[in-house]
Ligand binder design. Structure first.
Ligand code: UDX
Length: 433
């Protein structure tokens, strides 16, 4: 049984079904459950619909709103509900707590209960306590475990089947053994550890990756100052295996549901244990300011932005998702209007336009194609490196623009073969063209 049909719950639940297990996914949202039964996905994720539809058809995957029914036949329960940030940066565990109460009230025989959501160190103990408090039959036993999820949105299904490792946090070998069997067909190396270490591994992994991005963004800003090329620098350092070449793409900064939340979450975990994490505080500060480098580049081309038309290409926090959580485009638009309220901003995203309408405020024109978005524009700001945006023939369409200016916030355009001839081109940590 998997509780929660968000990115983590739905992809893990349907993948377990794909491995041959019988899975019931539970969610309190009736509309979502009805749609999932009909094969309609609650969010855009490549490849997910295929495995959901196939496993529903083959009767290995079921959806229900009734936790009390689903729990009867379950031997392992994954808690995969949302753990958003509270305004003060700490993790909101209220959904996890609600699920723990429900599990407690409905527990009639032995289960393994696994935290799959990203939760602060010590949450397994909290869930255990809540379940015990709410159990009607105090003699029933259960074990807690932690199996953190490392999937990336946009390649979640691929990541589940091709992960680098599975981390299983369990406090006894019998539980670890059952959870190993559950995952064994994936053929991915498994690390067995204690629950608290498993909980910390998730935060440490995401914080380290976020730190790599802020590091290369700092190097990009230095490269701008000294006339070096950050792509060359990233290649040069990344080919050292000790450093590794991934997550060294300089750009407008990281967003999404995980990195900003998890780095802040780890800082809070440190504070609660009487320590500080100045390194990670700096990672966040660098990231919060990184979008300004795009605005500064725009201002270096146009010191006066009065009445200008600006096009933003890509709104989602990264390609292949419609997720707008902590997307840099939100701060970018807000800040552009602060710099000059007379701006006209056209935006385009292949998938995230509807989601963006809920969170991007101000006088923004939502466009249905790149051509429409760049028509009569004075500058294109590339924020998300969707294939369609990367591969677009800017040179062929140069006449649509009022002024041929591209600020590439993802360093994603191919500059070879005269592809941007005629444009004023600025990117992050590379020489101006
Ligand atoms: C991340 C982790 O990668 C995943 O393991 C974890 O479990 C969940 O959080 P996700 O947030 O889906 O996944 O996206 P990811 O591909 O990691 O990108 C996060 C952000 O960093 C995006 O905004 C992306 O544009 C940015 N990024 C990534 C960079 O700016 N540069 C890079 O080199 C890599």
């Amino acid at each position: 049984m998997v509780v929660g049909t968000g990115y983590v719950g739905l992809t893990s639940g349907s993948s377990f079904a794909e491995l041959g297990h019988n899975v019931v996914c539970v969610d309190i949202d009736e509309r979502k459950i009805n749609q999932l039964r009909q094969g309609i996905m609650p969010f855009y994720e490549p490849g997910l619909q295929d495995i959901v539809v196939r496993n529903v058809k083959e009767r290995r995957l079921f959806f229900t709103t009734s936790l009390s029914e689903a729990i009867k036949s379950a031997s392992v329960i994954f808690i995969a509900v949302g753990t958003p940030s509270l305004p003060n940066g700490s993790v909101d565990l209220s959904y996890v707590e609600q699920v723990a109460i429900q599990i407690g009230k409905n527990l009639i025989d032995y289960k393994i209960i696994v935290n799959k959501s990203t939760v602060p160190v010590g949450t397994a103990d909290l869930v255990e306590r809540i379940i015990k408090e709410n159990m009607t039959d105090k003699k029933v036993s259960f074990d807690m475990a932690s199996v953190p999820e490392f999937l990336r949105e946009g390649s979640a299904v691929k990541d589940i089947f091709n992960g680098d490792r599975i981390v299983i946090g369990a406090n006894n070998l019998e539980v670890a053994d059952i959870l190993m069997k559950l995952h064994e067909k994936l053929n991915i190396p498994i690390q067995i550890t204690d629950i608290r270490s498993a909980e910390l591994i998730k935060y440490a992994a995401n914080s380290f990756l976020a730190m790599k991005i802020s590091f290369i963004n700092e190097i990009a800003n230095i490269a701008d100052g000294v006339g070096a090329d950050v792509i060359e620098v990233a290649k040069g350092i990344g080919s050292d295996k000790r450093i590794g070449n991934q997550f060294l793409n300089a750009g407008i900064g990281f967003g999404g549901a995980c990195f900003p939340k998890d780095v802040k979450g780890l800082i809070e975990i440190a504070q609660k244990s009487g320590r500080t994490l100045p390194l990670l505080e700096e990672v966040i500060r660098i990231n919060d300011n990184q979008y300004r480098s795009v605005i500064n580049k725009l201002l270096s081309v146009y010191p006066d932005l009065t009445g200008k038309v600006i096009t933003i290409l890509g709104l989602a926090f990264k390609p292949n998702t419609d997720d707008m959580r902590d997307a840099v485009s939100i701060s970018l638009v807000r800040s552009l209007f602060e710099v000059d309220p007379s701006l006209k901003i056209n935006v385009y995203d292949p998938i995230a336009l509807e989601a963006a309408k809920q969170v991007i405020k101000g006088n923004v024109e939502y466009c249905n194609s790149i051509e429409e978005a760049i028509s009569n524009s004075d500058a294109i700001l590339i924020v998300t490196e969707w294939d369609e945006i990367v591969e677009f023939d800017y040179k062929k369409n140069i006449n649509l623009l009022n002024n041929p200016v591209i600020i590439d916030g993802r360093n994603c355009l191919d500059l070879s073969g005269g592809r941007i001839d005629g444009f004023i081109y600025r990117s992050i940590g590379r020489k101006p063209i």
